[in-house]
Design a protein around this ligand. Structure first.
Ligand code: SAM
Ligand code: DTB
Ligand code: SF4
Length: 330
């Protein structure tokens, strides 16, 4: 059984929630509802807590690409697999600032900086803090995803004003070891505890379409909803199949099952923002609309995720206009 460290103090941005009542059986019952009943429940809960036509929009930047020592079986950036990706060093501060200016002009309210590290080195933290300060000075929210963090590293980043930290559990506990061997689920939960203790908001979710069963998807959501404080932001990624990785030939997840996963996340974590994350590039407009109906209210915008493609601005803007979707203000 994986647990958060005893020192973990729930933080207050998603406060006052009773211990999760969700377990494998109660969450499975959601997945087994007739589709219309599931969506109706998700919509009702969504509208209690959010404006149903508002979507939070973030843009990603890979500030350090490739050459990662971890062996996450889905990832283009792992040094364990030959994916043809060119590795690069940590980006310079000004390059990051220019990318953030562009992201803001493109309509993003949050800028998420990702690094292909097992964990940052202590000597990198000062420049990472400078990046946070530069992006905040533009009036954007900041998010980073840098791998595992020690408690002092989390505190230094929070001290610079970092608002969100993304660190995913990726899949359910029973399937986890099929996907990653170089760090454990408990390692990830420890990092999430350090992020909370430092007062940052948690962005934590996972990936579907990695050959997992529905039970594994349920296990992932039960784990997320059962954290002492559920994540403020829950990214649900559809696997981007990367040639050269062990999961490069995985069959895509069936559309309705993806929508059911989003709806269950919405119902199980009612006050969290649920992000329709990787995978929009290959989804139809209608499938994306079903995801928004199921309670997704956050996305990545901009032509690129970290190393893979995301829909072009013109295509996205046309969809927002057809659906009457507005960006969520910060
Ligand atoms: N290295 C850091 C880490 O693993 O925490 C940060 C970057 S990592 C790329 C961020 C997250 O992106 C992963 O935890 C995973 O959930 C998601 N991700 C990575 N590759 C993906 C892929 N091919 N398809 C879908 N999601 C992916
Ligand atoms: C998350 O859950 N999804 C984003 C963000 N957090 C860092 C990353 C998606 C990466 C998709 C594959 C790629 O572009 O390399
Ligand atoms: Fe490294 Fe993160 Fe990719 Fe895993 S997901 S291989 S930790 S960059």
């Amino acid at each position: 059984m994986t647990t958060l460290s005893a020192s973990h103090k729930p933080e207050t941005r998603n406060p006052g929630l009773a211990p999760s009542r969700w377990n494998q059986a109660s969450a499975r019952a959601l997945f087994e509802l007739p589709f219309a009943d599931l969506i109706f429940r998700a919509q009702n809960i969504h509208r209690l807590h959010f404006d149903a036509n508002e979507v939070q929009m973030s843009t990603l930047l890979s500030i350090k690409t490739g050459g990662c020592p971890e062996d996450c079986g889905y990832c283009s950036q792992s040094a364990h697999f030959d994916t043809g990706l060119k590795a690069s060093k940590l980006m310079a501060l000004d390059e990051v600032k220019q990318a953030a200016i562009q992201a803001k002009a493109g309509g993003a309210s949050r800028f998420c900086m990702g690094a292909a590290w097992r964990e940052p080195k202590d000597r990198d933290i000062d420049v990472l803090c400078d990046m946070v300060r530069e992006v905040k000075a533009l009036g954007m929210e900041t998010c980073m995803t840098l791998g595992m963090l020690s408690a002092p590293q989390a505190q230094r980043l929070a001290g610079a004003g970092l608002e969100y930290y993304n660190h995913n559990i990726d899949t359910g506990p029973d399937y986890y070891e099929q996907i990653v061997s170089t760090r454990s689920l408990q390692d990830r939960l420890d990092t999430l505890g350090h992020v909370r203790d430092a007062g940052m908001a948690v962005c934590c979710g996972g990936i579907v379409g990695m050959g997992e069963t529905r039970e594994d998807r349920i296990g992932m959501l039960v784990t997320l909803a059962g954290l002492p404080t559920p994540p403020e932001s829950v990214p649900i990624n559809a696997l981007m199949q990367i040639k050269g990785t062990p999961l490069g030939e995985s069959a895509p997840i069936e559309g309705f099952e993806f929508v059911r996963t989003i709806a269950a996340a919405r119902i199980m974590m009612p006050t969290s923002v649920v992000r329709l994350s990787a995978g929009r590039e290959s989804m139809s407009e209608e499938l994306q609309a079903l995801c928004f109906l199921a309670g997704a209210n956050s996305i990545f915008i901009g032509p690129k995720l970290l190393t893979t493609a995301n829909p072009a601005k013109e295509k996205d803007d046309a969809l927002w206009s057809k659906l009457g979707i507005r960006p969520m203000e910060i």
